[in-house]
Write a protein that binds this ligand. Sequence first.
Ligand code: ATP
Ligand code: MG
Ligand code: MG
Ligand code: MG
Length: 504
Amino acid sequence: KTPTAAEIRELFVRFFEERGHRRVPSSSLVPQNDPTLLFTNAGMVQFKDVFTGREKRDYSRATTAQKCVRAGGKHNDLENVGFTARHHTFFEMLGNFSFGDYFKKDAIAWGWEFVTSPKWLGLPKDRLAATVFAGEGTLPWDEEAYGLWKAQGVPEERIHKLGAKDNFWAMGDTGPCGPCSEIHFFQGNDIPCAEEKAGRKCEGVACDCDRWLEIWNLVFMQFERSQDGGLTPLPKPSIDTGAGLERMASVAQGKRSNYDTDLFQTIIGAIAKLAGKRYGEKDDDDSVSMRVIADHARATTFLVGDGVLPSNEGRGYVLRRIMRRAIRHGKRLGLEKPFLADVCRVVIAEMGQAYPEIRENEAFITKVAQQEEESFRRTLDKGLAILEAEMRKVGIPDAVAMGKPATPPPAKAARPVIDGKVAFQLYDTFGFPLDLTRVIAAERGFDVDEQGFDRHMAEQRARSEWKGSGEQAVGDLQKAIAGDIGEVKFLGYEVTKATAEVKA
Ligand code: ATP
Ligand code: MG
Ligand code: MG
Ligand code: MG
């Protein structure tokens, strides 16, 4: 029987619980112990201080399903969403952790058992591959991990040696670090590969395409890196692993795209119904838009659920960019009335069981979505018209003029450029984040003069400092919301904390 995503989430955590791991609830998307980190982007974030030894817990093995956002900061997958079958802004990371307890041998054996045993995920062994760290510079290659995969019966030609970019992990410039090993799943050579399209060779597991899908990353924290870059072996090495639930569900359910799993089907179905369109297999504009909206509605729901509000800086600005992208895709799909709050409601119905905090905060989340959409829709049409006029002025690229899609885009040098002043006007007067203008422009084969944009931004900053009115726009939305929703209370933190205390 094909497992649902909810079943996989539970199977994973139970598997490790049975092997002595403490089931720990997901932490907030807003990191509580790291002001330098934009969003929680991996399962290990809530355990950082435990790994470094600064914090002690009464357990040395843990397992979680962790809410993650990768949109901004070091890990930014925002631009991939809608175009790859495997990247989301919001996703869940399943993980098992050892704090100076077990190491590589158990981590690899359990990882392999979970994905291959018919009692658990039961994936076909002949479609799996492993990667190990090949060594780079002074960093030694991970012969130990290689031997351990072999001991599991993975044939040598299916154990790939990759460089530091993919297979070496570090917490920061100094501190714990070590090699990693990944598990990949083969999805088929008929899947399009951008490298191959460009006339180069597809490197299989090492390629960025969706043919070999990375499903699980096992990090072996084994060294401490000092200021001078030297590595000392940690006296008690640790384990940190991360497996994307959406990708696990996609392979376990025999799909080639995360968006075809049960996690997304209902949400995409609801969007299609609102638009009166069908979600197709092929990569037409409508399908891309539906995927983007589904992804961004999940991110919106969970970010607002954890207390982030759309604003003009920091976390709030990342959220605003996500929401405005979704709204603009809705417009592209032909949704003329606000829809984002409705889609968030579907997300809450789908995910509220696993994450009660979004259910508790439903009124708040949908209100924030509604208000942001109403406010952006007031200026969206005018902004799009201005952008359209600018594109006509600087020239329609041939590919587009002939009615062909702008992918692959014309060579860089040949692309006409949107004036930085126009991009700034769109930002300043019509609320278009720069990356939104860039995306719309790119879809049509245009570039944006971003340096020009920055110049106008700096000039305006200088002007408003002079007038002393620089702060104005920032808190507007929060004020509007606070004034409007009356007694709706934000419950996210209390609820999450209460759950955490009960379970811990
Ligand atoms: P990729 O190479 O596909 O971008 P990654 O190497 O950046 O993935 P890790 O940082 O190793 O990913 O994270 C651990 C796991 O989390 C991955 O193996 C994958 O299953 C999942 N994952 C990572 N990024 C995303 C994302 N943007 N959306 C969904 N799942 C993700
Ligand atoms: Mg990545
Ligand atoms: Mg990777
Ligand atoms: Mg990885």
